[in-house]
Design a protein. Structure first.
Length: 85
């Protein structure tokens, strides 16, 4: 699961850099309908999972949710098929 968390963080960083470039080139209004808030939530969930004790009731469910969210990047060359839920 550590590899999946690293993958999600790397995608978060890459997507944020892309959005920053768009904002720089076209102004902040270009991001009004972007997915930036969703990216922040996914990163927050990944950080929560990494800090969570495996004995917590929501540990398994959150792990599954992260696998589902990672499927958005299934076409990325670093995506691993064993991450599919």
């Amino acid at each position: 699961m550590d590899d999946l968390l690293k993958f999600l963080h790397a995608r978060y960083e890459a997507d944020n850099h892309a959005y920053a470039d768009v904002a720089y080139r076209f102004g902040a209004d270009a991001l009004l309908d972007s997915h930036l808030p969703m990216l922040d939530l996914v990163d927050m969930l990944a950080r929560d999972y990494a800090a969570m004790d495996p004995s917590e009731a929501r540990f398994a469910g959150l792990g599954h949710a992260l696998r589902v969210l990672a499927q958005a990047y299934a076409e990325h060359p670093d995506y691993q098929e064993n991450w599919r839920p």
